[in-house]
Every structure is written in C-alpha cells, then in structure tokens.
Design a protein around this ligand. Structure first.
Ligand code: ASP
Length: 288
C-alpha cells in the first residue's frame, strides 16, 4: 500500500538561523500525517490537517506566524486542490480568521467559485462559522525568517502535498505573504496553478518570491512537464525551480507523484521541509 507525504515551512530560511524548534515541530506534524495516511485517510483531509497545524504553530510566516503588511495589518492567502476531481478553493487577502486553508477548503466545498478575496472572503468565513482571531495584536507572533531582508520576518509560506493509499493526490498552501507587502498584494499562494496544484499525476505546493512563481505558473508546470515532456517528478520539479532562478527569483517547492515519489527542490539558502513515504523514508531538513 503506497502513500507519500511532504510538508514545507517556506523557502525564506537563511543559513544564519538554526531551525531546531521548527524542525522538531514539523517532525511531529509529519508523524500525525503518516498515521492518517496509514489509516487510509484521504490525501485531501491529510493536507488540510497538516496545513492547519502549520498555520496554527506560529513558527512559519503563515497563519499565527504571519508578518504584517506595509500598513501593519495581516492579510493571508491560502489554497487547496484535490487531484482526483480537480476541485480547488482559495482565499486571498483574508483578515481575521485562524485557518485560511480551512476557509479555502470551504470555498471549494460550499461555493461554485474557486477564489474569493478580501472582504468577500471574510464575509464567507464569517457566515460559515470559521474560527475567528479575536485580537490580532495578541494572536499574531511574526515568525523569524530571513528573506527578503536579513534579520527581518520575511517570507515563509507553509504547504502540504500527499498521495493516499487509494492513489489520490492533494495539495495545500498557506501564507502571510511577504513582510511589508502593499495592502491588497496577492502572491502565488492562492493562485491555482502558480502556488498550488494537484491532478492525477502530481501534487505541488510552492514557496518563495510569489511574483516569479506566478510568472512561470510553477505548480501546474510541474505536472505539464510530466504530461507533455515525459519528465520524471524530480526532473520536472527541478526544471521549474531553475526557471524561477533564471528569471532572478528564489524559492522552492514540494511535490509528490502518483507513484509515491517525492521531490523538494529549492533555489534559496534553505527551505524548511519534511517528507515521509510508505517505503520507510522519514526526512526533516532546513538546508542541503
Ligand atoms: N510565495 C509567498 C508569496 O509570495 C511567500 C513565500 O512563499 O514565502 O506570498
């Protein structure tokens, strides 16, 4: 029975920091995901739970750990995609809710839309009783990250991709975006095809300078390369990250394919990440 799972905590990791706490936490999240997959739970439920845990921990620039925009408020982006049905949901520039990825799943399951932004997304979350952030000044604890400016809370999206025992693939991505971004700025994270994608071939979650990931349609391009160019998952994922690097961007991605292979390429100093497979693989790394 094959399954595979990969997580990331962002490509903003810099060599000047040690990420022991982040790695320890991610190891625990990974083990909970492994248990869910080994019990036969769906890839979609696993990536939802993994992403929600990473949002809630405050250790990455997503959910609780998100950094404020240029005007001091927190606007979050998230997305989710089910590879079997190609159903997808996303929220952009959402304020006031604990788990943007759960709201994104709500958009996928309760509306005829894929992406809802700003006040409309908050209204949707409110009507559907998603958990609110009562006091943003107490709740948010901007996570340390390195990029884009050393020593400042920078970028640090989280993501999860999974292949379940029934062969279904799913991906989820959630972010606070870039520290000091312009109000209303939306990156790749909630853009289906750029920061998140899943089909029957592979599931992909991206992190890094979102403007570049949008310009190369990064997540969907991994699957397109597999479909049209016959590339392996590792080749396709690596080529997409080289495309980002070639344009002058930085970042990385995590991906799993239908055979249970995992790829985690990045073009940045580091990328907090973890992966596990039914073949007994368990890895948690921030660099190298
Ligand atoms: N991709 C995210 C964005 O541009 C940031 C990140 O991955 O760290 O909003």
């Amino acid at each position: 029975m094959i399954w595979a799972l990969a997580l990331h905590g962002g490509a903003g990791a810099i060599a000047a920091h040690l990420y022991r706490q982040e790695e320890e936490h991610m190891r625990g999240v990974l083990e909970r995901g492994v248990a869910m997959l080994a019990r036969g739970e769906s890839a979609l439920d696993v990536v939802t739970e993994m992403a929600a845990e990473l949002e809630a921990c405050g250790l990455h620039v997503a959910g609780k750990g998100a950094a404020p925009n240029a005007e001091g408020s927190v606007e979050l982006d998230a997305s989710i995609m089910d590879g079997q049905t190609r159903a997808a949901g996303a929220v952009a520039a959402l304020s006031g809710f604990v788990s943007p990825v759960r709201v994104a799943r709500g958009v996928m399951e309760k509306t005829a839309h894929v992406l809802i932004a700003g006040a409309g997304a908050a209204r949707f979350a409110e009507i559907n009783c998603f958990e609110r952030v009562e006091d943003p000044s107490l709740y948010y604890t901007p996570a340390k990250s390195g990029l884009p400016g050393p020593g400042t809370p920078g970028s640090g999206t989280i993501g999860a991709v999974a292949r379940d025992m029934a062969g279904r693939l799913a991906a989820a991505t959630s972010t606070g975006g870039l520290h000091g971004k312009l109000p209303g700025r939306v990156g790749d994270t909630p853009i289906i095809g750029a920061g998140c994608w899943a089909d029957q071939r592979a599931a992909v979650s991206c992190t890094g300078l979102g403007e570049y990931f949008m310009r190369v349609n990064a997540a969907a391009d991994v699957c397109a390369r597999i479909a049209y160019a016959g590339q392996s998952l590792a080749e396709a994922a690596g080529a997409v990250i080289e495309d980002v690097r070639g344009l002058g961007g930085y970042g990385g991605l995590i991906a799993v394919d239908a055979a249970g292979n995992v790829a985690t390429p990045f073009a940045s100093q580091g990328m907090k990440r973890a992966w596990a497979t039914s073949a007994g693989v368990r890895e948690v790394k921030s660099f190298g």
